[in-house]
Design a binder for this molecule. Structure first.
Ligand code: UP5
Ligand code: MG
Length: 210
């Protein structure tokens, strides 16, 4: 089984806790490939919109449209409510990205987000994470960061942010508790400045690298 050689670190934490920011740093220093589940879902959504506009302009026919992508339009609507896209879709996108990367070390950022995600990933891929990097940050600080991010993300408005926090508390924290009970969580104080957070992150990766 080739999966046996694949090394996965889950990077978890609330919306705006700094997962993406720190993953970019980790990639530079430790040779991992960064896969943000949220980014993969957004890219899939964007490709659907491109297909749709080509279709309208008669450059592409309906047969060229892949049905799986059309389904993701519906999931995008779900996403705007801060809800969690079904595992099947996210896992498929993650597997595709892992294959395309040619790497064997991955930071999976923002996934698994609920128990169903976690169990499905383990059973579909047979991969268990080496450890879980957990960015611990207050809701107040996360909200401030998201409102200041200004990257034109359609879900960075106060109503959607509140919904994302609720889903995080109800569905995602239990996943972190599950891995904590298995001794796999490496908790980082993520409320500090970016450089200080990265110092703590580096310690985790240096002490567990082989
Ligand atoms: N910033 C970062 N670190 C800072 C620091 N230490 N001090 C001060 N500022 C700091 O950071 C956010 C902002 O804060 C940036 O402006 C940054 O400069 C600043 P970022 O690194 O982007 O934080 P991150 O934790 O990555 O926040 P993100 O918004 O990406 O987290 P979410 O978990 O909300 O978003 P994600 O893209 O993972 O998911 C979005 C949605 O997709 C979900 O709500 C869900 O609906 C859907 N989804 C699924 O359904 N399934 C999945 O598996 C994944 C996503
Ligand atoms: Mg992110």
């Amino acid at each position: 089984d080739t999966n046996k050689k694949v090394k996965v670190v889950f990077v978890l934490g609330g919306p705006g806790s700094g997962k993406g920011t720190q993953c970019a740093n980790i990639v530079q220093h430790f040779g991992y490939t960064h896969l943000s589940a949220g980014d993969l879902l957004r890219a899939e959504r964007d490709s659907v919109l491109i297909y749709a506009s080509l279709l309208v302009s008669d450059e592409v026919s309906l047969e060229d449209l892949n049905v799986n992508s059309v389904v993701t339009i519906i999931f995008q609507m779900v996403r705007l409510q801060g809800k969690i896209v079904p595992s099947e879709v996210t896992i498929k996108l993650l597997q595709r990205a892992m294959e395309e990367s040619g790497n064997d070390k991955f930071l999976i950022d923002g996934f698994p987000r609920n128990e169903e995600n976690r169990a499905a990933f383990e059973s579909v891929t047979g991969i268990e994470p080496e450890f879980v990097l957990f960015f611990d940050c207050s809701e107040e600080e996360m909200e401030k960061r998201l409102l200041n991010r200004n990257q034109g993300r359609d879900s960075d408005n106060i109503e959607t942010i509140r919904k994302r926090f609720n889903v995080y508390m109800e569905s995602s924290l239990p996943v972190i508790e599950y891995y904590n009970s298995k001794g796999k969580v490496r908790k980082i104080d993520a409320a500090k400045p970016i450089e200080e957070v990265f110092e703590a992150v580096k310690e985790v990766f240096t002490s567990t690298s082989d």
